[in-house]
Design a protein around this ligand. Sequence first.
Ligand SMILES: *Cc1c(COP(=O)(O)O)cnc(C)c1O
Length: 429
Amino acid sequence: MNKRDWDDLLQADRDTIWHPYASATDPPAVFPVVAARGVRLQLADGRQLIDGMASWWCAIHGYNHPALNRAVHEQLERMAHVMFGGLTHPPATKLARILTRLTPPGLDRVFFSDSGSVAVEVALKMALQYWRATGRAGKQQFIALRQGYHGDTFGAMAVCDPVTGMHHLFGATLAQHYFAPAPGCRFGEPCPDRDMVAITELLSEHHAKIAAVIVEPVVQGAGGMRFYSADYLVKLRALCDAFDVLLIFDEIATGFGRTGKLFALEHAGVEPDILCLGKALTGGYMTLAATLCSRQVAAGICAGEGGAFMHGPTFMGNPLACATAIASIELLLSQPWQRSVQRLQDELSAGLAPARDLPNVREVRTLGAIGVIELTHPVDLQAVQPMFVERGVWVRPFGSLVYVMPPYIMGSEDVGALTAAMVEVVASL
Ligand SMILES: *Cc1c(COP(=O)(O)O)cnc(C)c1O
């Protein structure tokens, strides 16, 4: 792309586009990308960036992968899309079989939707309909964790951390739920009973009004990039059973190997009643999400008024997306992905370790293919973003977090360059 086209593109962007969590009147700088291959993004001026973000957790196999490209082409030749009401098709049924086989045995019903936020909406609606159908219509509220993130639509937003989710902006429209403290116990350590006190009190006081507890298992993503004890989930499951409350796991960020297990719930050996998947489901190719639920939840809902679950997106079970998801999962499982993720964990740990000694760093932590430098103060994104680009890497900090979750295929040298750039930029702040 020549300079003139580049300028035109940026002008059109500034004039017309609203970027995520951004101002329209004082738009942030953006970088035009024209191609992506392997772990590299190619900018319009020819520069190549090593991608540390996997397009927000999604592109686990890197970009432009021949196996995924082939799956798209093959499905495209058959049909790109058909409605899912009254019709079904091989990509959806095959994907649903794969998902029910890979997830805990109790989860045997799959509801497809288009995005993570909608998968969360669906999970919340399932819980509400379940209790209504089983004669406990008073159970209308949820318990979520502080520093949690579950998406941007109204139902999902209402279970995000009230401060980082900016609940006050949406005033009375946002449903009011209960928030328990983020788990204090760290990943790999036991969870002392004192860490369960607050959520136990919430449940014991309000369980008659609580439909479900919703959490991101083990890794709290966009709400703080925190890793907590799997033991917390074991105890939470027991509490939910004791108080007759459903348990929803949001694995939209953690699913498909990111934490070193195929699903983060495997660290705890705990089965939720409802499970949300998204993000890496199609290897970053297309937008697709799934909400799985137990036989008990499905049967309960369908025994109730109307006899049906009341949701049905236009692009539900999109065949192109389902076919890509099948190819992505088969590709993942056909290789020793645990070894790749473990190697990434080792290399991220080693590469980020020097940041520990920097005065502006609060903590450096890694889990699976996730590496986080938490600073003592929030970064100025507009100032910091170009510093990464100048160093040939794509890293997008938020708040006081400079973090990466690279594609699993990233080679050791690229991980070294990525982490060196992170340490260098953080040191220069
Ligand atoms: C990204 C994310 C969502 C929302 O998914 P979208 O596809 O952006 O709607 C929900 N929950 C978690 C844990 C996420 O990381």
